[in-house]
Design a protein around this ligand. Structure first.
Ligand code: GCU
Length: 406
């Protein structure tokens, strides 16, 4: 079989994709057909548990206590359009262990009532989202393991903050390194020592993953946002790009408080089907013990990565776990590594569950042309261009919010 013979080879030729079939979405984990919302919901915990077991690892508990400290508040940030807050979250255990993360929050200055919020993680730290020197450099634990960008605003193109303020949304970010430094050696510096002994951390990634920890962090950010009187946290969206898109999808499945899940260029292990051999595969991502991506998932993924058919689940079922809440899947035309067509395919195969709930779904089995957003409760957008998250993505995410959540 192609996959075993040349597992490292990356296929970019549609005609060379070996035939594959996806598990049926309207089936229980025992294979019984599902034809009602009640049946779907009765089966949902078992399906979620399969994803924990096979892909992302166990659900982590809450800390014994959490303290929030407002470190700074600036009322005229972003040229007077935003209130900017920095909040230190301390997660504490009764045994004296604790771990900190700093959240950066922008709230539209013009808001006259609590506003909905988009919650996400940043690569590097909070300082990359805009060049305000009052922003603290966060996530620098990541510098112990990999290149760390200290440049203010270096990813500002991914955070069109003024436009987001103009559309009356708040944005909350944290560095992903603050929860799990993005490296295969990151375990001890992650939040995991709060809950696991050093010995338990040893069979690394056995039933836990960096993605599960990052998703845990997104939920803790939402806990904090729920205490903020300027925020309507009941209307929360979660967003993420690339490996953080994989994370947003998992966070949205685990935490039903997120009412819109924005998944950007998430690729393999995100919205793209594991069984489709195009662009990145679970094998290229996870086979190397000390490699890139390996620790993002459980060891099960590493063990079966050459034969993804051994997984009992595939990623369309993960999208379906978001239902009936809104989901927005985005791809980019030139991002073939993330398999745009595959991302659409999973999206399309999740639709029967949204239909069960009476939600509007996308009617076409083939992806829409570039720059043509489709759908509301389930929306899809294929941006023209490279692996990135840009203003047009944000406009679509905010449109999806307005159409499906507001
Ligand atoms: C690599 C990796 C992808 C990941 C991406 C990112 O390209 O192979 O799986 O999504 O990095 O997070 O930037």
């Amino acid at each position: 079989m192609y996959r075993q013979q040349i597992p490292w080879q990356v296929n970019y030729d549609e005609s060379q994709v070996p035939p594959f079939s996806l598990p049926e979405v309207l089936r229980t984990v025992d294979g019984v057909p599902i034809d009602s919302v009640a049946q779907w919901e009765a089966n949902r915990p078992a399906l979620l548990e399969l994803f924990r077991k096979e892909m992302y690892g166990r659900r982590l508990p809450l800390p014994d206590s959490t303290q929030y400290k407002l470190l700074s508040e600036k009322k005229d940030a972003l040229d007077g359009t935003a209130i900017m807050q920095q909040i230190e979250m301390t997660f504490s255990m009764d045994n004296g262990k604790s771990h900190k993360a700093i959240m950066l929050l922008f709230i539209p200055a013009a808001a006259r009532k609590p506003v909905p919020v988009f919650t996400g993680l940043t690569f590097n730290g909070n300082h990359v989202v805009c060049n305000d020197p009052d922003i603290l450099v966060t996530g620098s634990v990541g510098a112990e393991f990999r290149d760390f960008d200290r440049t203010y605003g270096s990813q500002a193109r991914r955070f069109p903050l003024k436009r987001i303020m103009e559309r009356s949304f708040a944005v909350a970010v944290c560095s992903y390194h603050d929860f799990f430094p993005d490296d295969y050696r990151g375990w001890e510096k992650s939040i995991l020592p709060l809950f696991l002994s050093t010995e338990e951390l040893r069979p690394r990634g056995k039933d836990i993953s960096a993605i599960a920890v990052w998703a845990w962090g997104l939920s803790r950010m939402l806990d904090c946002l729920e205490t903020n009187p300027l925020i309507d946290a009941e209307k929360g969206a979660v967003f993420g790009h690339s490996r953080l898109g994989k994370t947003a999808l998992w966070a949205g499945a685990e935490d039903t408080r997120f009412k819109l899940v924005c998944v950007n260029d998430s690729g393999c292990g995100g919205a793209a089907p594991s069984r489709r051999l195009f662009g990145e595969t679970l094998f290229s991502m996870c086979a190397k013990e000390n490699g890139f991506g390996n620790y993002w998932f459980t060891h099960t993924v590493k063990d079966i990565c050459a034969v993804p058919e051994k997984l009992s689940v595939d990623q369309h079922q993960l999208i379906a776990l978001i239902a009936p809440r809104a989901v927005a899947v985005h791809s980019a035309t030139l991002d073939r590594w993330a398999d745009p067509r595959g991302e659409y395919l999973s999206f399309w195969h999740a639709a029967p569950v949204y239909k069960l709930y009476g939600k509007k779904t996308v009617l076409n089995a083939t992806p829409p042309p570039p720059e043509t957003p489709v759908g509301t409760d389930m929306s899809y957008f294929l941006r023209q261009g490279r692996h990135d998250m840009l203003l047009s993505d944000w406009e679509c995410y905010m449109d999806a919010f307005d159409a499906a959540v507001k």
